[in-house]
Write a protein that binds this ligand. Sequence first.
Ligand code: ADP
Ligand code: MG
Length: 138
Amino acid sequence: MPPEVKHTHRPEETEAAGAELAARLSPGDVVLVSGELGSGKTTFVRGACRALGVEGPVTSPTFTIGQVLGDVPEVAHLDLYRLGSMAGEDPALLEDYLTPDRVGFVEWPDVAEPELERVAARVLLEHEGGDHRRITVA
Ligand code: ADP
Ligand code: MG
């Protein structure tokens, strides 16, 4: 599938883009979400989570690398910003979150990229000035 590019102008539109992708996902799928700080990664994941039935706040995990949200399916939301490197980490660290019955979203995935399996989509968010963002889904 060729990459899909969207331009959004407010957070709600980025949430809608997340929801649109979520509709195409199945349990076990993992989505890598890249982009600079403040580019809208968590906003995108929030929209996807809503579409997958998650209620309540969706923010980036703060004291852990991940959190499990929702019910059927469960959604694993990881943020590897502070992980630095997988060297010296137990590979089970990721497997504990990214199970076959969950839909997974990973912010700052680069550090874990070689270990991530079942990558269903790669999302890149980029600043385009003000509230404008460019979203590429590949
Ligand atoms: P990240 O997870 O990439 O650090 P967040 O989603 O946490 O980014 O934050 C993005 C910030 O930018 C939020 O404060 C959000 O309200 C704001 N924002 C403004 N315009 C947009 C847009 N078009 N899409 C996504 N977020 C936007
Ligand atoms: Mg974030």
